[in-house]
Design a protein around this ligand. Sequence first.
Ligand code: CDP
Length: 789
Amino acid sequence: MTIAKTDAKICGMGHSMKRKEDPRFIRGQGRYVDDIVLPGMLYMDIVRSPYAHAKIKKIDTAAALKIPGVLAVIDGPTLAKYNLHWMPTISSDTQMVLPTDEVMYQAQEVCAVIATERYIAADGADAVEVEYEPLPPLVDPFKSIAPGAPVLRKDKKDQKDNVAFHWEAGDRADTDKALKGADVVVSEDIYLPRIHVASMETCGCIADFDAAQGKLTVYMTTQAPHAIRTVFALVAGHVGLSEERIRIISPDIGGGFGGKVPVYPGYVIAVAASVVIGKPVKWIEDRMENLQADSFARDYHMKVELGAKKDGTMTALRIKTIADHGYSNASANPSKFPAGLFSICTGSYDLKHAFCEVDAVYTNKPPGGVAYRCSFRVTEAVHAIERITDSLAQKLGMDPATLRMKNFIKPEQFPYKSVLGWEYDSGNYQGALKKAMDIIGYDALRKEQAEKRKKGELMGIGISSFTEIVGAGPSKDFDILGIKMFDSAEIRVHPTGKAIARFGTKSQGQGHETTYAQIVAQELGIPASDVQVEEGDTDTAPYGLGTYASRSTPTSGAACAMAARKIRDKARKIAAHLLEVKEEDLEWEPGKFTVKGAPQKSKTIQECAFAAYTNHPQGMEAGMEATHYYDPPNLTFPFGSYICVVDIDRGTGVVKVRRFVAVDDCGNIINPMIVDGQIHGGLNQGLAPALYEEISYDDEGNITGGSFIDYYVPTSLESPNWETDKTTTPSPHHPFGAKGVGESATVGAPPAIANAVVDALSHLGVTHLDIPITPEKVWRALKAKGAAA
Ligand code: CDP
C-alpha cells in the first residue's frame, strides 16, 4: 500500500511538517494543569507514610488546623462516611484512597490538608501528627509468594495468599516435551527492575465542583480523559456525580508514558475536597511524591529457557515469571490480558513450541505495573527473547546475527500466526537487520573486536531484532473495565473550507495536532495548516480510550482517515450536483474533483464545503462533518533491528555506547520528522533502564531510589549520537498502512545495550548481566573473572 504524496502546500502524509504545537511550547506558553488558576482556588498537600507497613493508631490534626489558612484535613474515616475510601483499579482490583487503619507501602497517602496557599498546605501536612505501629513488611516477592507468608490483602475476604493473579499462555506439556528433546537448552534468570516514567511534568489536577450547576470539572494530567470520566461516575455516582455532570479536561501534558493512565488517590481526594468545600482544589505532586508513590513499571523476575537444534534452529521457549505488583494490582492492562501482551515473547522468531506464565504477587510496595512506553509488558517480553537469543548464540559459538537470520519469520510467512496466538500482520525482519548491519559495518566491527581482544581491550556488539504489538485493540478481545478499546475521530469542515478535528486520544508530546491534521490533509486535500486538532475535553471530543501503548495511529489515526473518507463521499455528491454530472464522472485528486475528460471543469473541496452550507442538493443533509469509531480488525506489528557498540573500561567498569544504529519499521509514515523524534526519545528511554535507572527497596521497604539524586535519569551528556534509519512494510489492514511507533525504541533498545555489554565480556565466561548495567556490576563481573584492571 503506497501513499501518493500530496504537494507541500497541502502537506499530507510523508511531509516532515514542523510541529504545529511547538511555537507555544518553545515560547513557554503551553497550558499545563499547574498553569491554570481558578478564582477562589484552594491547594492540597498530602501526608504520606514513612513506613512500608504499619497500623495507624491516631491521626492528630489539631496543630495543623490551628495554622492560619488551613481549612480542613481529610482522612480515611472522613471518606469512609461517603464510601469513597476505596476505589477500583483499572485492573479490577481495589486500592485505598485513604487508609482507615493500615498503610501498605512507604509514601502511601495517609491524609490530605486543604489550605488557601500551596505552602500553607505543606506546612499543614508537616504539622499533622500520625501515630503508627510498624508491622513487618513483605518486600521480596519470592518471600511473599512462599507458603505460610502472612496475607497482605486482609480486606479481600477470599484472599488466602499473596498471589494477585496467575496467567499463562501456550501449551505447557508440549513445550516441556520439546525442551526435553532439544539438542541444547540455554537458561537465564533475568530481572527487569522496577523503574519509573519520571515524566517532566508530575501528576496533578484541579477539581472544580460547581454546586449551583451540580457539575464537576476536573483539569487533570490524564492520558485517558473519557475512561476517567466513566470511572469517576461509577465510583461517585452514588453521591450525585453522574456522568453527564462530569467534565474531564486534559490540557497540555508534559509526558505521560503510561504513568498518567491510572487514577491516583490524590485525584479522588481533590474531587472529594472540592465537593465538600465547594471551591476549586488544586493538587500537584512534587518530584519525590511522583517517584515514590505513583505507579511503577516492569519489576518482572523471569526464568527464561530456550531450546534449539545443534544447527541453531530454535525449537522451544519457556518463561516463568514472578511479577511484583506491590500492594494492589493497579496495572493498566486490558481485562483479558492481566499480564499484558507478554505472550509476544516468541518475538521475531518462528518458534513452534512456547509456554509462558506469570504469577503476580502482592508486596508492601506502591501498586501499579504501568506500561511505561510499552504496549503492556512487551518490553519485558522483548528483553527476555532478545537476551536469551544471545545466550544461545554464545553457547553454540554462533554469530548472533547469523542465528537471528536463521530463525526469523520469513517475509512470505505473513500474515503469521504465532504459537502463542497472535496474528502478525506484516514484517521483513531480515531486511531490517541487513540494513542495520550494512550501516554499522558489522563485519568490520567483528574484526576490530577480535583485534581488541588480543590486546585485552573490551569491546562488545549487541543486536536486538524486536517485534512489537501495538494498537489496542480489536474490541472482541480488548477492553478496560468493560469499555471496549475502539477509538474515534470527528471532523467538521467549516463553510470556508477550514476544519476542526477532535479525537478520543490525548497527546502528551507526540505531536498529534500536526499528524492528525496531516491525515485530514492527505484524505481531503485541505491543507494541514487549515485543520485545527483538539483532544482531551470530554465535553467536546468523541468518546475514546486515550493515548498509551502506541495506539493513537492504529486507532484514532485510522478513525480520522475513515471520517475524512465519509466527508469526501459527501463532497463528491455535492461536486456532482454543482457540476451537473454524475458522481461516477468525477475523478478525485487531493483537494479537488475534476470531470473525467474535461479537466477544466472542477470543484475544490473548499467549494464543496461552501456549497454544503449554501447550496446543497435538495434532500441532502446540510453541513460537512463526520464521526467515525474505529474498531481495528487486528493489532499492528511494528519491528526493528538495533545494533549497539560499546567500549568498557576495565578499571572502572564504565560502559560507553560508542555507536547505536536503529532501523525501525512502522509501515507508512505520517510525519518522518516526528517519527524520528519519537525514536530518539524512545532510545533515550531505553538507554535509561539499560544503564542507569532502578527503583529499589531495602529490607524494611524503604525506597532507595526515590529522588533524582539516586534515580539517575540520563541527560544529553550520557546520550550517544543515535543513528536512525527505516524500512517500510505497511500494515495490510490499517486504512493507510501505518503501524504505531511511539514505544518501539524504548522496547528495542535495552536488550541491544545489554547484549553488547555481555558480548564484550562473553570470552571471559559472562553469560548475563541484569539491567541497569552499572559500572559496579561490570567491575564485579570483571573482578570475579580475574579480569579487572
Ligand atoms: O499513541 P501514541 O501517539 O503515543 O503513538 P503512535 O501512534 O505511535 O504515534 C506517535 C507519533 O508518531 C504521533 O504523532 C503519530 O502520528 C506519529 N506517527 C507517524 O507519523 N507515522 C506512523 N506510522 C506512526 C506514528
